[in-house]
Design a protein around this ligand. Structure first.
Ligand code: PMP
Length: 396
């Protein structure tokens, strides 16, 4: 008898479980809309040309595989903070940003969660309803209490702005408010600049701390600056805030696990102390981060020709997503006689789209048509809205 008898089977991950079911399907028509990864017109994964060029550059330079410091590659940390806040943002010169390289967006969120657990005991994180499923896992795992604020309104297939504001207002003073910097996952619905201002107002009023998850900078609109405008708007108000970044989507570095956690503090001194504690947490978790993706990002951002080429490729990907949305909308409008309004497909931003399919319809898509979509059973709204990655076929 096994010593591990007491360990029961874990439930499958709602997103990655879809991929497993997809793999098991032998039908040629099968399509995986489960995982948020870009695909070319030919349904293939895409390695950006700038990434290949940066890798060649790295090979030519004969770069080694020595350990990075706990906080990661200095050139990467500098580049990533500048991309986020803008190189000329005074917060950079004032050295008020503590930046630590993380294991992509997920690892950076997890590190921040550990910091919250240790230094803000009992503080709550409020997250949007719905949100990326892993947010709940991350905070549960870090033992950080969380609750939800209203975000998605099924009636308008848009933002429940009043609900959002009143729930953020009702959260205990000094809560962390998790916000998607752009291209909200899974709804594809972002606040307008005016709404962001109001969100910042209530957060300031209630002494909350904004905690941005920026997994799609440049990938949503095609512009790095436009997609960072929410974060910059809060920073310009002199607020302290956290930002987790990811290069999985915008540079297509999914498997390299490259991202960062940034903590914007009101003084350089506070930033130094925060950084020292982030490093202390990282040391026991994974010691130091991987070098390859960090070097790619540093080379791409630090080489003007590559940087420009990256922007072009990002615009291409973001543009293709929009084209795919249009094609999907056009074909649905032409063929669907049910009278359903599909225009939300065009309004939503980024890789994700809420289809409005119920559980039965979504099961039918899989069982009859071999189209695999997330069926996040944990989502209470599953009966009326299924998140779907528009990406796969399309552009994903
Ligand atoms: N946050 C959000 C909202 C995401 O959609 C994702 C990717 N699905 C991530 C974070 C993190 O992804 P990664 O760990 O690959 O950077």
């Amino acid at each position: 008898v096994s010593r591990f008898e007491g360990i029961t089977m874990a439930p499958p991950d709602p997103i990655l479980g879809v991929s497993e079911a997809f793999k098991a399907d032998t039908n040629e028509m099968k399509l995986n809309l489960g995982v948020g990864a870009y695909r070319t017109e030919e349904l293939q994964p895409y390695v950006l040309n700038v990434v290949k060029k940066a890798e060649n550059l790295m090979l030519e330079k004969g770069e080694n595989k020595e350990y990075l410091p706990i906080e990661g590659l200095a050139a990467f940390n500098k580049a990533t903070a500048e991309l986020l806040f803008g190189a000329d943002n005074p917060v950079i010169e004032q050295q008020r940003v503590a930046t630590v390289q993380g294991l992509s967006g997920t690892g950076s969120l997890r590190l921040a969660a550990a910091l919250i657990e240790r230094y803000f005991p009992g503080a709550k994180v409020v997250i949007s309803s719905p949100t990326w499923g892993n947010h709940k896992n991350i905070f549960n795992d870090a033992r950080v209490p969380w609750s939800e604020y209203r975000y998605y309104d099924p009636k308008t297939v848009g933002l429940d702005f009043d609900g959002m504001i009143s729930d953020i207002k009702a959260a205990p003073e000094g809560s962390f408010v998790l916000l998607h910097g752009c291209a909200h996952n899974p709804t594809g619905i972002d606040p307008t600049p005016k709404q962001w201002e109001k969100i910042a107002d209530v957060i300031q009023e209630k002494n909350h701390i904004p905690f941005f998850d920026v997994a799609y900078q440049g990938f949503a609109s095609g512009s790095l600056d436009a997609d960072a405008s929410s974060v910059r708007l809060f920073a310009a108000r002199g607020m302290e805030l956290l930002v987790a970044q990811s290069y999985s989507k915008n540079l297509g570095l999914y498997a390299e696990r490259i991202g960062a956690i940034n903590v914007l503090c009101s003084s350089a001194d506070a930033a130094t102390r925060v950084k020292s504690q982030l490093k202390r947490l990282a040391r026991s978790m994974y010691s130091n981060p991987p070098i390859h993706g960090a070097k790619i990002v540093a080379n791409v951002v630090g080489t003007p020709t590559l940087f420009n080429e990256w922007k072009e490729e990002m615009e291409m990907m973001a543009g293709r997503i929009k084209i795919v949305r249009q094609i999907l909308f056009d074909s649905l409008s032409a063929k669907d006689k049910s009278g359903k309004d599909w225009s939300f497909i065009l309004k939503q931003i980024g890789m994700f789209s809420f289809t409005g399919l119920n559980q039965t319809q979504s099961d039918n898509m899989t069982n009859k048509w071999h189209v695999y979509m997330t069926k996040d059973g944990e989502y209470p709204w599953r009966d009326y809205h299924q998140p779907m990655r528009i990406s796969c076929r399309c552009h994903h």
